[in-house]
Write a protein that binds this ligand. Structure first.
Ligand SMILES: Nc1ncnc2c1ncn2[C@@H]1O[C@H](COP(=O)(O)OP(=O)(O)OP(=O)(O)O)[C@@H](O)[C@H]1O
Length: 254
């Protein structure tokens, strides 16, 4: 994406963002309101930018044809994911497979595989309305991966998962990121440290830092700086540096 700008009425949610993301797991970090969801929604082709160019999987998504082609190859778990409580897990994930135009003959096996990958095989015929919040979140993940997407967009996927599920989920992320571009927004720096190959830190609609989790941790090497661990300290240090020199920060990413 180049010069990506998103506005909500007068508020600027993203301000001329340039980023190129390839295969791997990309963590999107940033304070509340930094623009993470706005970025993910544009990549999911559910929101249109005010300016800039976005190319996904080789397609320019400004045009209808490009958007339709990309939608078949992407998976998206929104922050608030709409579902039908009376549907069973199997029927709901199959419904999403149908929306993604997955061939009917492949759908039953694809649904079972996706549901098993999120650890819900034993609840596949349960109605979604009878599941816990963390399980519903995992149904959301299953619907996002049912078409084995080349681009997977996950907006705060670990919210509501218990610690054991989070560990399993990070393993799944690493597995998916071996072949696909996975973009995960999160407030948990542990997710980034454990599962991401790259990290982008957004602040007030701009890229404050882009690099590896190791690079972010190196910025937090000072043990007396605020934060519980090196990545958290690096996060705070990168934000401070960006805010102290906003003009220079902008030059660095343009
Ligand atoms: N529908 C909307 N109407 C008006 N302003 C909006 C809307 N959605 C987002 N914004 C504004 O755009 C900016 C970016 O919001 P966005 O939701 O992308 O941030 P975020 O990084 O995902 O935040 P969070 O961590 O709280 O989820 C914020 O200033 C927010 O107030």
């Amino acid at each position: 994406m180049t010069g990506l700008t998103v506005r909500h009425r007068k508020a600027v949610a993203l301000d001329g963002v340039d980023l190129a993301l390839g295969t791997g797991v990309h963590g999107l970090l940033g304070p509340n309101g930094a623009g993470k969801t706005s970025l993910i929604r544009v990549l999911a082709t559910v929101a249109e930018p005010a300016a800039g160019r976005v190319e996904i999987l080789g397609e320019d998504v400004a045009g209808h044809r490009g958007r339709v082609a990309v939608r078949r190859r992407l998976g998206y778990l929104p922050q608030e994911f709409g579902h039908y409580p009376r549907f069973t897990v199997r029927d709901f994930v199959a419904y999403v497979a149908w929306l993604k135009e997955l061939p009917a003959a492949r759908t039953p096996a694809a649904v079972e595989r996706a549901v098993a990958r999120v650890g819900l095989a034993d609840r596949i015929d349960a109605r979604i309305g009878t599941l816990s919040g963390g399980m519903v979140r995992r149904v959301g993940l299953a619907q996002a991966i049912v078409n084995e997407p080349d681009l997977l967009l996950l907006d705060e996927p670990t919210a509501g998962l218990d610690p054991e599920q989070r560990v399993e989920f990070r393993g799944l992320l690493r597995e998916l990121g071996a072949h696909a571009t996975v973009i995960v927004s999160t407030h948990l720096v542990e997710d980034v440290a454990a599962a991401c190959t790259e990290v982008t830190l957004l602040d007030a609609g701009r890229v404050a830092h882009h690099g590896t989790p190791g690079g972010l941790a190196a910025l937090g090497a000072d043990p007396d700086a605020p934060g519980e661990n090196p990545v958290e300290r690096g996060y705070a240090a990168a934000l401070r540096a960006h805010r102290a020199a906003p003009a220079a920060g902008r030059e660095a990413v343009r």
